[in-house]
Design a protein around this ligand. Sequence first.
Ligand SMILES: Nc1nc2c(ncn2[C@@H]2O[C@H](COP(=O)(O)OP(=O)(O)OP(=O)(O)O)[C@@H](O)[C@H]2O)c(=O)[nH]1
Length: 473
Amino acid sequence: MEAVTGSHHFSTLSLSFSHNKTLRSSSAKSIRLSSPSTNASLSSRNWFAKEVWGWVNSNSKGVAVRRYTRGVVVRAEMFGQLTSGLETAWNKLKGEEVLSKENIVEPMRDIRRALLEADVSLPVVRRFVQSVSDQAVGVGVIRGVRPDQQLVKIVHEELVQLMGGEVSELVFAKSGPTVILLAGLQGVGKTTVCAKLANYLKKQGKSCMLVAGDVYRPAAIDQLAILGKQVDVPVYTAGTDVKPSEIAKQGLEEAKKKKIDVVIVDTAGRLQIDKTMMDELKEVKKALNPTEVLLVVDAMTGQEAAALVTTFNLEIGITGAILTKLDGDSRGGAALSVKEVSGKPIKLVGRGERMEDLEPFYPDRMAGRILGMGDVLSFVEKAQQVMRQEDAEELQKKIMSAKFDFNDFLKQTRTVAKMGSVSRVIGMIPGMGKVTPAQIRDAEKNLLNMEAMIEAMTPGLFFLLINDVTSVE
Ligand SMILES: Nc1nc2c(ncn2[C@@H]2O[C@H](COP(=O)(O)OP(=O)(O)OP(=O)(O)O)[C@@H](O)[C@H]2O)c(=O)[nH]1
């Protein structure tokens, strides 16, 4: 078997990357693809190959061209506007020698504006800006560090503090099952979080059971049963005629019998806070004596989420919050306000509808993302979750020996897809925050098209393509 390599340049994902591409043929024939010149070198007999490569190239170029011709860059990552707003502040310090009381006035105004536009609560913004200003003026000259970089560092540290400093771990009971009671308004993602949390804890080796305590929304029990099945966790249900506190008690007894490690209890939500809901929650809490009472809040509601955490904490006493829908169009107000306003930490965040899309809330990583520095640690952890070590080594060997082929390319794109949406993956890579949503859509479309084309290359067609190009060579 002979293998010839060629280099091909993909501009999809706006992540232009070149790599050697080797197409290996079982018929001892081989192919050199060095587009875009390949297109011209293909014989007219092989119109399909010509069409395919011409089309891929024109599409890839299209993305690249649009990238440079589009005017304002809208960040694709979550909190994109906040990131851009803060960047405006650093830019005002370009060319300055040192941070001074005078030259930080404008940047601080930009920071204040960016935070308010991100829907961070006003008292939080005031304290934040004051603290950053005080530190910035006192910082003096640091050899080799530009004033704008110094300000980024101060803001990074303050953001981390604002979001709670350290990661706030879930607490587990010393003996017997750990009980996690979930509360929250309607539609925030409580039921989904129950299953996501079970899935997350199962990966840490804990056995879990879900308890269906939402007796008001008719579909909630079925939804929980389906999700439980999906993550392979038992679900305790007792219909809709039993009181939620009674269901909770029965579920806990069942879990004790089965020696389950963690019991996660779903409860009913309401459109807004009302006395009946609070009384019911208090009753369920009394019946269970839970280890964790977590309020599920929707990140899209901004600083309103922080107000909710405060109210629920005053009314029923909670241990922390879970912030959902962080993958959506949230501006950052919730993530930045919850701890400071309510005193309660965000313990976990939901970043999508899939069962894998729940992760701990790391204030330092979040600050890094807000500042457009990416989140390499989360990127590596995600990659480790979806890719086996042996596969990674095998891939590395193939690339090193220039034997990376279309099948490997397909396998890679599918593995990356398992890490989440393209925007989410891109957001974790340092320096990749300035990709526009339109570019991401283009990239996703191009990837799907490429996947379809490679899929369409049946062994026969693949053979034809290879034979034809080889004959040209
Ligand atoms: N994009 C995104 N969607 C989510 C996330 N979490 C939940 N959802 C979606 O939000 C919708 C509502 O979720 P549910 O779990 O039914 O919400 P709930 O709080 O149980 O609702 P009630 O039972 O009515 O109180 C569903 O379509 C979920 O798939 C998330 O992190 N990101």
